[in-house]
Design a protein around this ligand. Structure first.
Ligand code: F6R
Length: 242
């Protein structure tokens, strides 16, 4: 595992964008795995800046998001579909038909999970996966106790996760209790992983991740078994490790 230490969030975002762009340029039809939440927002801004400045085209890129809340439609401001459109897809030229996000409104949610896994497989798997770290160690929405064998599935969110994400719901509505998430095994199958960790509120989680043995009680620890993981962490996130 490679660890890149940055002085602050800006540097972390730039470094993350650099790694993602480098990978996209390497492959003819890149398949990228994307995350939502606070952490990748700066990285997405960097990608937009890069696209505007260089006119580099993302027309050949396919993307898969890690997760989506169940019961929130694409046009609901609190959905991850909406987040991705606002924070990235509307500002670059990736065709929306190539930008997959699980459908939290699907009538048959189980089939939706299978369809998602199959779509990833049909494109030959994910070349590079972006991840954030939950304070409870979740990756995607795979909460503590989730089986390491899991594939895209329906997850019941922990109260701590719903609380941590409540600030995104300022415009009204409660954080849903359930979500669709790529599973731990789906994440482990990706070819390259970039884990972004920023801020003091992640310091304890980052310490656990880097120092604990692999355990389903702290799902991120499984990443120690992946052959190509880069962690980008800023000073504040690293503050409990000095
Ligand atoms: C988001 C996701 C989550 C977040 C994690 C950290 O798609 O799958 O695992 O990456 O909850 O969230 P932030 O970045 O908001 O601290």
């Amino acid at each position: 595992m490679k660890i890149i230490k940055t002085n602050n969030y800006d540097e972390l975002s730039k470094k993350g964008a650099e790694l993602l762009i480098e990978e996209i340029k390497k492959v003819e039809r890149p398949v990228i795995g994307l995350a939502t939440g606070s952490t990748p927002e700066g990285l997405y801004n960097e990608i937009i800046k890069f696209h505007k400045k260089t006119k580099y085209s993302f027309k050949n890129v396919y993307s898969f998001n890690l997760d989506e809340y169940i019961g929130l439609a694409e046009d609901n401001e609190n959905s991850y579909h909406y987040y991705m459109n606002e924070k990235l897809f509307n500002h670059i030229d990736i065709p929306l038909a190539q930008a997959y996000v699980p459908d939290g409104m699907a009538e048959d949610l189980k089939s939706e999970c299978t369809r998602y896994e199959e779509a990833i497989k049909a494109l030959g798997g994910i070349d590079i996966q972006l991840l954030g770290l939950g304070v409870n160690g979740h990756i995607g929405f795979n909460e503590p106790g989730t089986s390491f064998d899991s594939r895209t599935q329906i997850i019941t969110l922990e109260k701590s996760t719903r609380n941590a994400n409540a600030h995104f719901f300022s415009s009204g509505g409660e954080v849903p209790e359930k979500a669709i998430s790529m599973g731990v095994q789906s994440i482990m199958d990706t070819k390259k992983i970039v884990l972004l960790v920023s801020g003091k509120n992640k310091a304890a989680a980052l310490k656990r991740f880097l120092t604990e043995d692999v355990t389903e009680d702290f799902p991120a620890t499984i990443l120690h078994k992946h052959h190509d993981v880069t962690v980008i962490a800023d000073k504040e996130a690293l503050s409990e490790l000095e």
